[in-house]
Write a protein that binds this ligand. Structure first.
Ligand code: DOR
Ligand code: ZN
Length: 347
């Protein structure tokens, strides 16, 4: 007999790492996140990227205008850090209500061409962020072509994270979407200025998922899924009770024609069923009692924000995720689209 509760009530959670895109594509995916979460950290990797406070403020207005009637969802804005982000931009970003800057090593992932080529070039700007209390969100992979794709996160810790922490000790840093036991151990043993987000796919799947029965593009994201030992370490970190780990879906919609292509864009679309997927992962290790802190408490605490006041309810019942949903003029396939899920968020 199952010992799982029939319903799970949580303080309304937030998504601390989300890709919303823009225009009609954003209009299609935003309602899914607004239904599940009170707030979300919105990634700035548009084309062109959001590099200024003014662009972030305008993007925020477009998101608010696209929200469903009556929604009180709040987008939390980020700027895309470049080699040339002016020190003065940090004050403007703060005044415009932005909460963080995102570090993409140049060429690491989708729309990262304008990213940072050498973190030392950004040190004056990082010092300003440290002073103003803006966070640095890190895509933690080196881009050195000599380094195997599966090792890029672990090497990033040695080459970038450790020097960065030493040189900028009071900058709050989120190691985003961690995928390895090395990163989980690094964050767990770091001081209170370092935290990490975890995606549902990295808690539920190892790299076999990409290859099972043929190449499965909807399981391809960056950093790429790793071996089972890493998945287990991430799940242990997420359910450990440590306040350093919190929810960040990295839901990253790409039209199915782009995913099912000779060159497949990186990203898993999970916004439609994010909480359900996390519940499945936590339940798999008997840790549903740890889900609320991970989803709703640890993120706001690290960002210095208050918790949301509302609540959401997950019920243990089967339902089938749509195979495909509209994405502007195109179609979008959710991770696990067409398959059954065992938890469902109540309306
Ligand atoms: O899989 C990913 N997709 N990883 C990223 O870092 C970027 C994201 C996207 O924007 O599609
Ligand atoms: Zn991302």
């Amino acid at each position: 007999m199952s010992t799982a509760p029939l319903e799970l009530s949580l303080t309304r959670p937030d998504d601390w790492h989300l890709h919303l895109r823009d225009g009609a594509a954003m209009q299609s995916v935003l309602p899914y996140t607004a239904r599940q979460f009170g707030r979300a950290i919105v990634m700035p990797n548009l084309r062109p990227p959001i590099t200024t406070a003014a662009q972030a403020a305008a993007y925020r207005e477009r998101i608010l205008a696209a929200l469903p009637e009556g929604s009180d969802f709040q987008p939390l804005m980020t700027l895309y850090l470049t080699d040339n982000t002016p020190v003065d931009e940090i004050k403007r970003a703060k005044e415009a209500g932005a909460v963080a800057l995102k570090l993409y090593p140049a060429g690491a992932t989708t729309n990262s061409d304008a990213g940072v080529t050498d973190i030392r070039k950004t040190y004056k700007t990082l010092e300003a962020m440290q002073r103003e209390g803006l966070l640095l969100l890190v895509h933690g992979e080196v881009t050195d072509p000599e380094i195997d794709v599966f090792d890029r996160e672990a090497v990033f810790i040695d080459r970038v994270m450790q020097p960065l922490r030493r040189d900028m000790p009071e900058l709050k840093v989120v190691f985003e979407h961690i995928t390895t036991q090395e990163a989980a151990a690094y964050v767990a043993s770091a001081d209170a200025y370092t935290a990490a987000t975890l995606t549902p796919q990295h808690l539920l799947y190892n790299r076999n998922a990409i290859f099972m029965g043929g190449l499965r593009p909807h399981y391809y994201c960056l950093p790429v899924l790793k071996r089972e030992q890493h998945r287990l370490a991430l799940l242990a970190a997420a359910t450990s009770g440590s306040t350093k780990f919190f929810l960040g879906t990295d839901s990253a919609p790409h039209a199915s024609v782009m995913k099912e292509n000779s060159v497949c864009g990186a990203g898993c679309f999970t916004a439609l069923s994010a909480l359900e997927l996390y519940a499945e992962a936590f339940e798999s290790v008997g840790a549903l009692d740890k889900l609320e802190a991970f989803a709703s408490f640890n993120g706001p605490a690290f960002y210095g924000l208050t918790r949301n006041s509302g609540r959401v309810t997950l019920r243990k019942q089967d339902w089938t995720l749509p195979e495909s949903v509209a994405f502007g003029d195109a179609q979008l396939k959710p991770l696990r689209g067409g398959e059954a899920l065992g938890w469902q968020l109540l309306p």
